[in-house]
Ligand binder design. Structure first.
Ligand SMILES: [Zn+2]
Ligand SMILES: [Zn+2]
Ligand SMILES: [Zn+2]
Length: 1018
């Protein structure tokens, strides 16, 4: 059927039309979409859709519920969301339960400051209430911010380490450690922050440069020097020590020497000094101990005797100014390196590794068992008291004459002056070294022996008997439990080292790092002298002081926590927390006091695998993945491993993924004050959360992630390209009904089949990358597919067919079938990364009731099959030739020979196999090149231009102006324009198209209202 009047040509062009706008307006549109997701309970819909599927558990490491989120916290949560969303789309049932770490020092300190002087008169439970309130407020804000990032999860039911159930589980896990014989109480030197007045875990200590006074001090030998060598008989002999912590000298109880080193006793004036022979010259030089000849020249001092350190074993010195002995001991820990002799503070593995690098000191180590780890160990061996005359706030106790009440750091210079006045100081100078600092308050910490609860790394089941400071057998806490669990328990370190080998670490260096961390880890001090945490549920007999640390009793207390939270510890009396009628096993008394220490927060968060994974029916123990920053090797990865072993003899995770840090463009740490911070809320306000997410996807998160305004601008440009790719496809699917109009694969045009074959490649790469947690590969694959394969090639060529063919023409439907599959797949593949935009694409796809309502309910696309190699190779060749043709067209354009490429005719002279190959595409070439005409001729011999491996042929390209007239409808040039009476201004192709349109004019709906084409450009 033919209409009476000719059609308006403009209206017969199929211009793209879609509700998917070019401008994203994410800052405005994302909150609207979020609200919609919340209203329909999208997270629950996903759970229903995946019900019964294999579980995949990413267990969230709890962020600290204190400050607002920054770029690092946002990145951490976004990458976790990539994992969870992609696993859901890989058809796992992958729930996400976010968590918050609520106890601990930063909150307590914040509350301390807020309460000020009021705090002194407040009961602990009131302070805890204020802490709880502060954490609640902070986690509310964090939740709001995390949700805004498009992260789906159980936000209305997260896990909180301060919830009743969690606190009860934490206490039960402590019972489990006790039951297995891992727990003991002992006076040991621990890192101690005198500012925060608490013990610190190794994970809470960081090293910074620090200047200390270094001193060389004389310890008079009290034993008969003739015992060392007859030459020393009757002499005034001193052992020289060197230390950088003069404040620990009042606690000195001994001097350690190496049994195998040679020591020299040399004369200086009327005194004799003993130092390691190897350090003799250095000490003499430093302390100016040389004799002078008549002319005042320095002479080498006279060595009276040489002997091995072992000879000094158990001889006695006197303390340089306090009236008590200082025992000479031998120990392998003594070295000739400088830092080693700063024994009291630098006995941690990290610093100890550097000990032998510089020669300093005297080879005789001042030993204060209450102030250093090595000192403690050797002091124990020699039966010395673990003496610590320093109180919680770092002040000397009244015990310390001359310096009582003085803070140890203030006392340092005073002790130096005091020793100088007494004539016991030989030399002093300032000494720069790495020194442990508190990670919270950044002040230098000290080593200080206090009674603490420990988890033993190397002994279990009461294997070792060690008396604590009160002379009690430390195993007395576990002897009551003789069940099989306790007796079969493997030491924690051994079990942990075994588990590390089983776990998968991404990147792989994680295993080595964790192994090293565990090899050197000292016993875990779990006591904290604070109130905001889970109290250590241990009682003491008021009469005989026997500690009650029994698993059944602890579980009884845990049941109270379950109902009342661990506030109960502060509200109730001991007898109200103990089972009724409980009496002391030791003396039968019925009065008890409560332990005042709380558990280390790392114990809290480490308990999460059991407290969360085992307590919720949608989760399971162990987790598939833990994903955190590198600091968690000391922290959460570590404490979780300990708890996993105590609870179930295995690691609580199968895979541990470590992400890098967020840094600025120069790789520097970001600081609010440094002006280089990129606050997530500002990015969201300006560009939208999807831009922040795309930034996370665009860099390899295994390394540090750089961010700046410029970097985010590049990400935004990348986003725009992805968006425009989707928009082109959506626009050209206007009027396409997938059910009605799809063309079967076998009937599709070859080029469309090629595009789908390329899509298949991408689907495979992206699927593998999601499996491997390599999100940057996903992004770069999709970006290249969009910009090169689609935008620069496929879409470029397709425009003519899509715009000018009759709407229902088979060739156009073939293209639309491909476009539909491409954009549907793009939306799915982008969904874990661009959560908002992918769903917006999804919403604008042609209606199809086989699709779920939201892209997040869908699965990742599946590759359709193999066997496309020949097709892909052919088109690779065609595009290779096309690249050359486009180059020639560009040259012709620059030479003003042509304007648009449609004004061109291309003469392609081709030799050999390539000619035979191109012959098969002869009618397609003008569309592939986007020119009006192509003439293909066979050429004999070899020409210079073009050609490369894989094909033996070569080609020569000549561009001329296309003959004929410009078609008013499609802008191609044709010699046949004017042949039609009805449409005199159009080419023969368009005449055919117009006739096809007219013949189907009973349903013209597909092109009634057209949108401006200008937006279709990619
Ligand atoms: Zn501190
Ligand atoms: Zn008792
Ligand atoms: Zn035309």
């Amino acid at each position: 059927m033919s209409t009476e009047t000719p059609l308006d040509l403009k209206k017969t062009i199929n211009l793209p039309k879609t509700g998917f706008s070019q401008k994203a307006n994410l800052a405005q549109s994302e909150p609207v979409r979020l609200k919609k997701w919340t209203d329909v309970r999208l997270y629950d819909l996903i759970r229903e859709a995946r019900a019964g599927a294999e579980k995949f558990i990413l267990h969230d490491g709890p962020p600290y519920a204190n400050a607002d989120i920054h770029l690092g916290t946002a990145m951490n949560k976004i990458i976790k969301d990539f994992v969870v969303k992609s696993r859901n789309m890989l058809s796992y049932d992958a729930p996400y339960v976010p968590g918050y770490d609520c106890h601990g020092l930063p909150i307590e300190l914040y509350v301390d400051r807020k309460l000020g002087a009021k705090k002194a008169n407040m009961p602990a439970v009131a302070i805890r209430r204020a802490c709880r309130e502060h954490a609640s407020q902070a986690l509310k804000r964090q939740t709001r911010d995390f949700q805004r990032l498009g992260i789906l999860g159980e936000w209305d039911n997260p896990y909180l380490t301060m919830s009743n159930h969690y606190e009860a589980e934490t206490a039960r896990l402590f019972a489990r450690f006790v039951e297995r014989g891992y727990v003991y109480k002992g006076a040991r030197p621990v890192y101690w922050c005198i500012h925060d007045q608490t013990a610190l875990a190794e994970a809470e200590v960081e090293y910074h440069q620090h200047t200390s006074p270094s001193v060389y001090v004389k310890f008079p030998l009290a034993s008969d020097p003739a015992l060392l060598d007859p030459a020393l008989a009757g002499k005034k002999v001193f052992v020289l020590i060197w230390t950088t912590t003069p404040w620990t000298l009042p606690a000195n109880l001994g001097v350690a020497v190496h049994p195998d080193f040679e020591y020299s006793a040399f004369e200086s004036g009327d005194e004799v000094y003993i130092v390691a022979s190897e350090l003799l010259d250095a000490v003499v030089g430093k302390c100016g101990l040389f004799e002078r000849d008549a002319d005042g020249n320095a002479l080498k001092p006279k060595v009276l005797a040489r002997f091995p350190g072992a000879k000094m074993d158990r001889l006695e010195c006197r303390h340089p100014w306090i009236d008590r002995p200082s025992l000479l001991m031998v120990g392998e820990h003594v070295t000739l390196g400088g830092e080693a002799d700063a024994e009291t503070e630098l006995d941690v593995s990290e610093a100890r590794d550097k000990k032998a690098t510089s020669k300093a000191g005297t080879g005789a180590v001042h030993t204060a068992p209450g102030h250093g780890h090595d000192d403690f160990v050797i002091g124990k061996r020699y039966g010395l008291e673990i003496y610590c005359p320093v109180d919680n706030s770092g002040h000397f106790t009244p015990d310390v004459e001359h310096f009582s009440g003085m803070s140890v750091f203030e006392a340092n210079p005073k002790i130096v002056d005091f020793m100088r006045d007494r004539g016991v100081l030989l030399f002093t100078e300032s000494y720069d070294h790495r020194y442990p600092h508190c990670w919270r308050c950044k002040n230098p910490v000290i080593f200080r022996a206090t009674p603490q609860w420990f988890i033993a790394m190397d002994h279990a089941g009461g294997a070792t008997v060690e008396k604590d400071e009160d002379g009690r057998d430390r195993t007395n806490f576990t002897e009551s439990t003789s069940d099989s669990a306790a007796s079969s328990a493997v030491p924690l370190r051994e079990a942990a080292l075994r588990e590390i080998e089983r776990v998968e670490w991404l990147p792989a260096w994680g295993r080595v790092r964790m192994r090293n961390m565990l090899k050197n880890r000292p016993d875990w001090c779990v006591s904290r002298q604070r109130v905001w945490g889970v109290s250590i549920p241990v009682f003491y007999c008021a009469k005989c002081n026997e500690a009650v640390a029994e698993p059944e009793i602890i579980r009884h207390v845990a049941d109270v926590f379950e109902k009342e939270s661990s506030d109960a510890w502060y509200i109730r009396e001991a007898r109200e927390l103990l089972p009724e009628g409980y009496t002391c096993r030791n003396c039968g008394a019925a009065d008890f006091t409560k332990e005042t220490d709380i558990l280390d927060v790392w114990f809290d968060s480490g308990s999460s695998s059991v407290a969360v994974l085992e307590s919720r029916k949608e989760l399971r123990w162990p987790a598939d993945v833990y994903l955190e920053g590198g600091d968690q090797f000391r922290g959460w990865f570590n404490s979780s491993l300990m708890v996993g072993i105590a609870a179930h003899d295995r690691a609580p995770y199968n895979t541990v993924i470590t992400h890098g840090w967020t840094v600025d463009a120069q790789g520097k740490e970001m600081h609010k004050s440094g002006g280089n911070a990129v606050p997530p809320d500002e990015v969201i306000k300006e560009s939208g959360a999807d831009i922040l997410r795309l930034w996370c996807a665009s860099s390899n998160y295994f390394d540090d992630m750089r961010s700046s305004k410029e970097i985010l601008q590049r990400v935004t440009d990348g986003y725009r390209k992805l968006r425009n790719t989707a928009r082109f496809a959506l626009g050209n699917l206007n009027g396409f009904d997938p059910a009605r109009d799809s063309v079967p694969a076998a009937e599709m045009l070859e080029m469309d089949r090629w595009a789908l074959a390329k899509l298949d490649e991408v689907i495979r790469t992206v699927g593998d990358a999601y499996e491997a947690y390599e999100f940057h590969t996903v992004y770069h694959t999709l970006y290249n597919f969009s910009t090169v394969t689609l935008s620069a090639r496929y879409f470029d060529i397709l425009k003519d067919r899509l715009y000018t063919f009759a709407p229902r023409n088979h060739a156009r439907r073939s293209a639309q079938t491909a476009l539909y599959r491409i954009v549907d797949a793009l939306a799915r593949m982008l969904a874990p990364l661009l959560v908002f935009t992918a769903d917006e694409i999804w919403e604008n796809l042609p209606p199809d009731n086989t699709r779920p309502a939201f892209v997040h309910l869908a699965l990742l696309p599946e590759a359709k099959g193999e066997g496309d190699e020949a097709l892909l190779a052919s088109w690779e060749k065609l595009f290779e030739i096309r690249d050359d043709v486009l180059q020639s067209l560009e040259e012709a354009r620059v030479g003003k020979q042509i304007g648009s490429s449609l004004e061109a005719k291309v003469d392609l002279k081709v030799a050999g196999e390539t000619y035979e190959f191109l012959k098969g595409y002869e009618n397609e070439l003008r569309y592939i090149f986007i020119v009006s005409q192509v003439e293909l001729t066979k050429m004999e011999g070899i020409v210079a231009h073009g050609g490369n491996a894989g094909f033996t042929g070569v080609w020569k390209i000549v561009v001329t102006r296309a003959p004929g007239q410009k078609c008013e409808r499609c802008w191609n040039y044709s010699t046949r324009v004017g042949e039609s009476m009805r449409y005199p201004d159009v080419c023969e192709r368009c005449v055919a198209a117009l006739e096809e349109i007219e013949s189907s004019f009973d349903s013209p709906g597909e092109f009634e209202t057209q949108e401006d084409q200008s937006g279709a450009g990619i």
